[in-house]
Ligand binder design. Sequence first.
Ligand code: ATP
Ligand code: MG
Length: 204
Amino acid sequence: MFITFEGIDGSGKTTQGQLLKEKLESLGYQVLLTREPGGTKVAEAIRGILLHLDEKIEAMTEVFLYCGARNEHLEKIILPALKKGYIVISDRYYHSTLAYQGFGRELGLAEMKAINSHFINTCPPDLTFFLDIGLEIFEKRLEGQELDRMEKEGLEFMTKVRHGYLEMAAEEKTRIQVIEGSAKIEDIAEKIYLKVKEVLDARS
Ligand SMILES: Nc1ncnc2c1ncn2[C@@H]1O[C@H](COP(=O)(O)OP(=O)(O)OP(=O)(O)O)[C@@H](O)[C@H]1O
Ligand SMILES: [Mg+2]
């Protein structure tokens, strides 16, 4: 089973991914928690370019770099773990490109889906949790933190990204679960676990 976490920066993906991993492991499941872009040396190097390099990157270059890192991550980390029977949880996957570049950078959803078709067709997530927060919470959670290149894009950009996620959630109702990210951490974790359990039970 392949689960992804999506949402704008600071929405709680890393927090909830970790809690879900712990919960599932406590029940005896083998779980791999991983994050994008990263997870392999090549992908981490690409991540360094994407998030920390101090030069303007062309929007389409950004797309291809993310996709390059994604393929490394898919082939070397995600697919081998799924083959071994692990539940794989990824902090971001292709919906991030659809939202950030498709909507945030306005390159278009159809165009971004076409470029990501390899991932969409060969390994779509079984479940995607979109942690939705308003922009006032985004600002509050990132206050005082050192911002990466994406986070520096600001409120207008993040608003477009958020709407992109909401639009995709309306389109992919079964896969994408919209979760209110401003709720209490434990309540969100419980909601997420119950949904995962429902899918796991339906499969067994
Ligand atoms: N439900 C919540 N209520 C209050 N604070 C939260 C909640 N979830 C997460 N936080 C806090 O908000 C901050 C961002 O959370 P987290 O790092 O999990 O988000 P993220 O989506 O992984 O962010 P990024 O995209 O920057 O990696 C952290 O300080 C975390 O402790
Ligand atoms: Mg995170």
